[in-house]
Design a protein around this ligand. Structure first.
Ligand SMILES: *Cc1c(COP(=O)(O)O)cnc(C)c1O
Length: 384
């Protein structure tokens, strides 16, 4: 094993492209100087296609959760009634943030591993007409589910005036996202998942409707006050010192996304999802999610006749391959493979090949190469 080679395949943080690493090594600059203005001016229009919006995408220095908290403190106030769709650990986190701010929080719980049925959201709203906002998770990282956000937004707007607020942290940048067209009112993502950067930035955009609510919302707020970020970005500035090294990296990330083309980026993620799923199916190891609910950025596997933790340990020990375990009640029951951001079909073949060895090492009887072969076939069939 190479001591400095780490195969980092957890669903975030994800690997950083070498050119992005180099960009982040640029010497420091002043945060109020002309260089920073020019950097923000260059970045500003190029984040919009990633979100699928004409609105400005605001940049806050903080991890993804600070973006979720920003969404909450800017749109609702104590006593407001909201619905949080909980399909896993990150839906649960959104609900906890709302509760921390004394928001009257209804949770719509869905079995972990399944996507929410938009029809159920509609029925819930019809019987709770006071709901001011609906919070949902686009990719539920804890289960590898991609929730049908466009349909959720459609039903919410059809039966209510509630805002649609979406956590896209583990998929925006790797999965097609049409904020304006789908009617998402607030969209949040983070830097360390499909955006190929270290943790430390969160990105957030709001619709015209959401801005009206944000303007009149009485909840007190300071660092996370979106109005400050909006007003400053109009002058190509940020209200507080931004994570400048991360912005140097972001400029290069956007360059890489543009060079590949967003449609190709999304197709690559689809292909990696299909390859990963086909491999485990060929090895007769169950997947947690159905094909319809599966996320292109992370796959959860739920073994029945061996311990997920033993396999994770074996591949870590012999190949320094890191895959994630389960969260909360799925701890020890599943393992999760991140295939997002700086990850290619060739990397997926490496993950599968290594895991087949790990399976043999822990005594699971599999046909070596069966998973790899299935993934290779998918690659050739979906060849691009
Ligand atoms: C990673 C993640 C977050 C944010 O986590 P941080 O550790 O605060 O960056 C939020 N939502 C989802 C869906 C995530 O995957």
């Amino acid at each position: 094993m190479l001591p400095d080679q780490h195969l980092l395949r957890i669903p975030g943080p994800s690997p950083i492209p070498p050119s992005v690493e180099r960009a982040m090594n640029r010497p420091m600059i002043g945060h109020r100087g002309q260089e920073t203005k020019e950097l923000l001016k260059a970045i500003r229009p190029r984040l919009k296609p990633v979100f699928g919006t004409e609105q400005d995408v605001l940049i806050i220095t903080g991890s993804g959760t600070s973006g979720l908290e920003t969404a909450v403190v800017n749109t609702v106030e104590p006593g407001d009634e909201v619905l949080v769709v909980v399909t896993g650990a990150f839906g649960d986190r959104f609900a906890k943030i709302c509760e921390a701010y004394q928001i009257k929080t209804h949770r719509y719980e869905v079995e972990w591993g399944s996507a929410v049925d938009p029809e159920n959201v509609k029925q819930f709203l019809e019987s709770h007409p006071g709901i001011k906002a609906v919070f949902a998770t686009y990719c539920e990282t804890s289960t590898g589910v991609l929730n049908p956000i466009s349909k959720i937004a459609e039903v919410v707007h059809a039966v209510s005036d509630a805002l649609v607020i979406v956590d896209g942290v583990s998929c925006v940048g790797g999965v097609q996202t049409k904020m304006d067209e789908w009617g998402i009112d607030v969209l949040v993502t983070g830097s360390q998942k499909a955006m190929m950067l270290p943790a430390g930035l969160t990105f957030i955009a709001a619709s015209e409707r959401a801005w009206q609510v944000i303007e009149s919302n009485k909840q007190s707020r300071f660092y996370l006050d979106l109005r400050k970020y909006r007003d400053n970005l109009q002058k190509n500035a940020t209200p507080f010192t931004p994570g400048l090294s991360l912005l140097f990296g972001l400029d290069q990330v956007l360059h890489l996304l543009e060079e590949e083309g967003l449609d190709n980026v999304y197709a690559r993620h689809q292909q990696m999802m299909k390859m990963t799923r086909a491999a485990f199916q060929a090895l007769h190891i169950p997947l947690l999610t159905s094909e319809e609910a599966a996320s292109p950025t992370v796959t959860a596997v739920k073994p029945e006749d061996f311990a997920a933790e033993e396999l994770r340990k074996a591949v870590k020990q012999h190949f320094n391959l890191s895959v994630a375990g389960g969260q909360q009640h799925l701890q020890g029951k599943i393992f999760r493979i991140g295939h997002m951001g700086y990850c290619s079909p060739a990397d997926v073949l490496q993950i599968i090949g290594v895991m087949e060895i790990g399976l043999q090492q822990i005594g699971k009887d599999i046909e070596l190469g069966a998973g790899t072969k299935a993934a290779q076939k998918v690659y050739l069939e979906t060849g691009r």
